[in-house]
Design a protein around this ligand. Structure first.
Ligand SMILES: Nc1nc2c(ncn2[C@@H]2O[C@H](COP(=O)(O)OP(=O)(O)O)[C@@H](O)[C@H]2O)c(=O)[nH]1
Ligand SMILES: [Mg+2]
Length: 273
């Protein structure tokens, strides 16, 4: 790995987690949106501590861009008594019912318990995840023609709205943004590859070099096919004819192009854990 270090303002994370902590008592299920191209890196360990005892539905999102076999192998490990998973493309219609069904199964015991007392409960869910994981897309998909519910009901925090998505489920209209733990630079790099961390704080050449070494290691065939056997930024620049005036290779442009190829799935459907 190269030396350029990715930093983050820890203040963001502290504030987000504090907000989450105040809302969590009112939530039955957390919809934890992960980017299937780097699902393990999309997890914030601090939330897991806060979320102890809550039901969690891990949503492996952007499956259409990821290595499906690898994602499913990883996802299986997230199925416990307290949690389940779904691998989806949340831009597609039809995923809404899959999610609702999973939510109802996770909260089945609570629903049954109240049913025996003659009470029909409303299940409350909240969408959380790191920036760009697809939280807003998922909320839009779940809402359809949802009705907004506000008011002085217990459990309704000021300024927060609940949306009735049917099947006696309400979801919080604003997602909980989680900031990734960038103390681990390997995690930070993977999130930078998929575009979850703003490019302007990262050296693009370093980033592309790191991406290339991971891809050659894990997705050799796909990489060689895309770049016709070229293995370095220099070689790719030559193959592509990326030169600046004077005939010098344009490595910066090549780096940006490789990162863009990765993000647009032109190298293939890739998952980096
Ligand atoms: N291909 C694909 N793109 C998605 C998916 N979910 C979200 N996106 C795209 O990812 C980008 C970020 O999504 P957004 O919902 O704004 O993420 P948020 O920051 O977590 O709210 C947008 O361009 C979405 O269209 C998915 O399942 N597949
Ligand atoms: Mg959003």
């Amino acid at each position: 790995m190269t030396n350029s270090k990715i930093n983050w303002f820890p203040g963001h994370m502290t504030k987000a987690l504090k907000e989450m902590k105040s809302i969590l008592p009112n939530i039955d299920v957390i919809l934890y949106v992960l980017d299937s191209r780097a699902p393990i890196s999309s997890i914030n360990p601090s939330l897991n501590k806060l979320a102890q005892g809550k039901k969690i539905l891990y949503v492996f999102n952007k499956l259409d861009m990821a290595d499906e076999g690898k994602v499913k192998t990883i996802a299986e490990k997230f199925k416990t008594n307290e949690s389940d998973y779904l691998c989806i493309n949340s831009t597609m219609s039809g995923t809404s019912n899959l999610i609702k069904n999973k939510i109802l199964v996770l909260v089945k015991e609570k629903i049954e318990k109240y049913k025996q007392k003659g009470i029909k409960i409303t299940v409350r869910a909240m969408v959380v995840g790191i920036p760009n994981s697809g939280k807003s897309t998922l909320i839009n998909n779940l809402c359809g023609k949802a009705k907004t519910i506000t008011g002085n009901k217990p459990g309704v925090t000021k300024g927060m709205q609940w949306l009735n998505i049917g099947n006696n489920i309400e979801i919080c209209d604003t997602p909980g943004t989680l900031y990734p733990n960038l103390n681990d630079q390997k995690v930070a790099k993977k999130l930078a590859f998929i575009g979850s961390i703003k490019d302007n704080i990262i050296d693009q050449i370093d980033l592309a070099n790191d991406l290339i070494s991971i891809l050659i290691n894990q997705y050799k065939n796909e990489f060689e096919k895309r770049y016709n056997g070229a293995k370095t930024l220099e070689e790719i620049a030559t193959k592509r004819g990326y030169v600046i005036a004077g005939g010098e290779k344009d490595i910066e442009r090549t780096a940006v192009a490789v990162i863009d190829d990765f993000r647009k799935c032109r190298i293939g459907r890739i998952t980096l854990d």
